[in-house]
Structure formats: structure tokens, C-alpha cells
Design a protein around this ligand. Structure first.
Ligand code: PHE
Length: 468
């Protein structure tokens, strides 16, 4: 499935780099195949955000009308900003902090730190949720789902079990990142992502045969255009797109720093966004039919966490063995998605430490992983903290990081067109000119409006956490 072409280590093509930097870039990892890079990036994008949050916000935000809007946001905001991250990463061959410093100067370095901080925060709670997912998958395989789903969740999601599974998940993530770009991340992605696709599509086909699933599709996809007139829904869709596409915190910037010059950044961004949306949409096609077939409609109004970890398992518990198999496949798929996303989050921090401190990958991955492991103790023992971390990082820091990328590539970076045109046909140039104008004007205006509504929400979440 791969083309097997090696990205040329064309450090010298950068021309102006000095000898030491050449040597450093030379020793950096790189993707050995095009499919490896694409699947790693898709692996970063596809995760808990697609498989649970997307169907959920869609159902709440107006069904098919929301889906159409989400596609528009992905095209107008997501793909261009992803290409912006790619342009910075591939041009500098550095992780975020060094990349901003190299082509932006000192004034932009704080955004590099913001990216790393965002990675720390997101992985801190993401790993906790992934730990729950692992616990549910193992439970389905070896014990079945208990009828007392709410109580079961409380046991799993707080205290020692939550901490233990969080630490275990971090250890696994560290082990893969320690393996390096080619032998760790690429290999894991080549193995896991196709598995995930098969599981998800298989589940979607299977649940379509369950009686009562029709109502699920209707609930998921009936368009309600009224909801779209609310700006908070638009802002929510944008934040969701950023989270789902892993934008605004340097994950894709870092991945593209291991890329050669032959690949078309536009084409890769399109493929990644399409795959991410495809999985999110398919997830909706399996979650809602299950919910309706098992008579769990009442749970839809609950918190997203409640519906995923309480309502769904309680439904699985009512249908015995079938529920166990269904549940096991579902939670295994979710686990794979979470793991490949976590890898990219840890890679941002690890790669930054390697570039900044000159330590080995092993030391950097373990150091970063331990810090995140400790940070995660908080959300592992406090669900309000988990929620606040999600709101602040997901709704505020990611759009803010995206805004920085848009302004930087649009206005500050010297000749981003030249970078992005490498690997593209000359006829693509007018499109790339349009791309730059999108980043210059449309993206910043829109993202400022989004932040206008999400910053107060983030502030509120923090106040609620510390307020009492
Ligand atoms: N995109 C991942 C998901 O949808 C989460 C993520 C966000 C990963 C930001 C990396 C960076 O679950």
C-alpha cells in the first residue's frame, strides 16, 4: 500500500542552514514511506474526538445541517491551517519552539511554548479517558458489562483504578514514541490504523441490521437548520474541527518536520482531513443506531462522558454475549484511536525537548511522559479538573494556536508559497495564492470571533474549578 519512496534528506536544499544545524537535521528521524506519514497523521487526528464527540455535537447541533457546516469549516479553516502547520514544520525541520524561533524570531517563541503546554494538558486528561476505555475493553473481553453501569463507572473513573490505567496507557505511549519516528510511530500507525478502519466500518454495517436502528439514523441526520443560526454552535463546530484534526498545537507541524520535499502538502492535508471526517461520520452511523436499538434515547441528553461510559455499557449489558462482543469491538476501536492520538501529543513534547535540550529521544520521551503522567493524576481523581482541562485546551488554546499559525504563515513567514509549491504542480499556484489569502484574512477574522465566545467559557470552567 505504500509507494515506498524515501523522502530525500535534502537538508542542503534548505541552503542557508549552517553546518551544525545540518548535522542535527540529518540525525532527525524521517518517515520511510508516504503511507507511513499519512497514517500517522490520520492516527493523530482520529481519536476520542471523532468517535464520541463528533456524533454527539452533531446530534445536538442540528444533525445533517451541522454536518454540512462542519465540512465547510474543515475546508475553509481546517485544511488551510493544517497546510500552514505543514509549511512551517517541513520548512524548518524542527519541532514547534525551534521552528518559530528559526523563522519567526523571538517574538514567536512563546507560541512554541503554548503548543507544548497544550500538548501536556490535553494528553494529561486524554490519557485518563483512554485508561477508562482500556478498562472497558478488557472488561468486555473478560468479564462482561455489569448491569449497575453508573456505579461501575464511578469505580473505574476515580481513584486507584483510574490512576493505574492512566499510568499504564502513558507507559505504552512512551514505549512507542521512544521507538522513534520510523520504528515506533510509523510502524505502530501502519499496523493500527487499518485495523481501526476495519473495526469501525464492520461495526457500522453490523448495527444497521439491528432492529430499531432506523430511528438512530433519523435522529443523527435529520437536518435542523435553525440550530445553525446560533453562533455558539458555529464556534463549537470550529473547536471540534480543531480538536479532531489535531490542529493548533503543533502535532502535525512536528510530524511534517520529518517529511521530504517531494510530497504535496495540499494533497496530504486533503487526504488526512477526509479520513478524519470519514471516521467521525461513520462513528455517528454506529453510535446512534446502537443507542436507539438498545432503547437508550433517554441518555442522549446526559453529559457526553455519561452517555459513552454509562448508558452504552448498560445497554450492552442487556443483550448478553452479543453486547459483550459489540462492546469489546467498540472499545477496542476507541482504544486504538486514542493511542495513535496520544502518540502524536507526546511526540510534540518529546521532539521539543530533543531539539531544545539536545538529549536523547529516550530521555526526552520518558521525561515528558513522566511529567504528563503526574499531571494526569489530577483529572484521574477529579472529573471537574478533567472537564476544565478539556475546555481550556480544546476550546481556547487550540483556536488560539490556529490563529497564530494563520497570521504567521499569512503575514510573517517569508515566502510560504515557495515552501508549499515544492511537491506540487506549477498549475496549483493560483490555489496556493488563494490559500495564503484565506490564512491572511478569513481565518483570523473567524477565529477571533470563535475565541470571543470560547474564552469566556474557558474562564468560567476554570473559575468553577477553583471557585469553591
Ligand atoms: N485529534 C485527536 C482526537 O480527535 C485529539 C488530538 C488533539 C490529538 C490535538 C492531537 C492533538 O481525538
Amino acid at each position: 500500500m505504500s509507494e515506498g519512496h524515501r523522502p530525500d534528506p535534502s537538508v542542503t536544499a534548505v541552503g542557508d542552514a549552517d553546518a551544525t544545524r545540518d548535522a542535527a537535521a540529518e540525525s532527525r528521524g524521517h518517515w520511510s514511506t508516504r503511507a507511513g506519514f499519512i497514517l500517522a497523521a490520520v492516527g493523530s487526528a482520529v481519536g476520542l474526538g471523532n468517535m464520541w464527540r463528533f456524533p454527539y455535537v452533531t446530534a445536538e447541533g442540528g444533525g445533517a445541517a451541522f454536518v454540512l457546516f462542519y465540512i465547510a469549516v474543515t475546508f475553509i479553516m481546517g485544511i488551510p491551517i493544517m497546510m500552514g502547520e505543514f509549511a512551517i514544520g517541513r520548512n524548518t525541520r524542527l519541532s514547534p519552539i525551534g521552528a518559530w524561533r528559526k523563522i519567526g524570531g523571538r517574538a514567536w517563541v512563546p507560541f512554541g511554548y503554548l503548543f507544548v503546554l497544550t500538548g501536556l494538558i490535553i494528553l494529561g486528561y486524554y490519557s485518563v479517558i483512554a485508561g477508562w476505555v482500556a478498562r472497558y475493553a478488557l472488561g468486555a473481553l473478560f468479564a462482561g458489562f455489569p448491569a449497575e453501569a453508573g456505579e461501575h463507572f464511578n469505580q473505574i473513573a476515580t481513584g486507584a483504578p483510574a490512576i493505574a490505567f492512566h499510568i499504564g496507557f502513558m507507559a505504552l505511549t512512551i514505549a512507542i514514541v521512544m521507538g522513534g519516528v520510523e520504528k515506533g510511530i510509523e510502524r505502530a500507525s501502519l499496523l493500527m490504523m487499518p485495523t481501526l478502519f476495519v473495526l469501525i466500518v464492520g461495526l457500522a454495517v453490523w448495527v444497521s441490521t439491528m432492529s430499531g436502528s432506523g430511528q438512530g439514523y433519523a435522529f443523527y441526520l435529520t437536518p435542523d437548520f435553525g440550530e445553525l443560526l446560533r453562533f455558539d454552535i458555529l464556534a463549537e463546530a470550529t473547536a471540534q474541527a480543531f480538536f479532531s484534526l489535531s490542529l493548533g498545537m503543533g502535532a502535525l507541524l512536528t510530524f511534517s518536520s520529518y517529511l521530504g520535499k517531494k510530497q504535496s502538502l495540499g494533497q496530504e492535508a486533503g487526504i488526512i482531513a477526509f479520513a478524519d471526517f470519514g471516521v467521525a461520520f461513520t462513528a455517528g452511523l454506529l453510535v446512534f443506531p446502537i443507542v436507539f436499538a438498545l432503547g437508550l434515547q433517554g441518555a442522549i441528553g446526559e453529559s457526553t462522558v455519561g452517555a459513552l461510559f454509562i448508558a452504552l455499557p448498560s445497554g450492552f449489558a442487556t443483550i448478553g454475549t452479543l453486547g459483550r462482543v459489540l462492546g469489546a469491538v467498540f472499545f477496542i476501536a476507541l482504544f486504538i484511536g486514542a493511542l495513535t492520538s496520544a502518540i502524536s501529543l507526546l511526540e510534540v513534547v518529546t521532539s521539543s525537548i530533543i531539539d531544545e535540550k539536545g538529549v536523547s529521544r529516550r530521555t526526552a520521551a520518558i521525561g515528558a511522559g513522566v511529567i504528563i503522567g503526574l499531571l494526569g493524576l489530577w483529572p484521574a481523581t477529579n472529573l471537574d479538573a478533567l472537564n476544565a482541562m478539556d475546555v481550556v485546551a480544546g476550546q481556547v488554546f487550540l483556536p488560539l494556536g490556529g490563529l497564530a499559525v494563520a497570521i504567521f504563515v499569512g503575514w510573517v513567514m517569508k515566502d510560504p508559497l515557495e515552501e508549499v509549491m515544492q511537491g506540487m504542480r506549477p498549475s496549483a499556484r493560483p490555489w496556493m495564492v488563494a490559500w495564503r489569502w484565506l490564512l491572511r484574512i478569513a481565518a483570523p477574522v473567524f477565529l477571533v470571533l470563535v475565541l470571543w465566545t470560547t474564552v469566556p467559557a474557558g474562564w468560567e470552567a476554570v473559575r468553577a474549578l477553583f471557585g469553591d
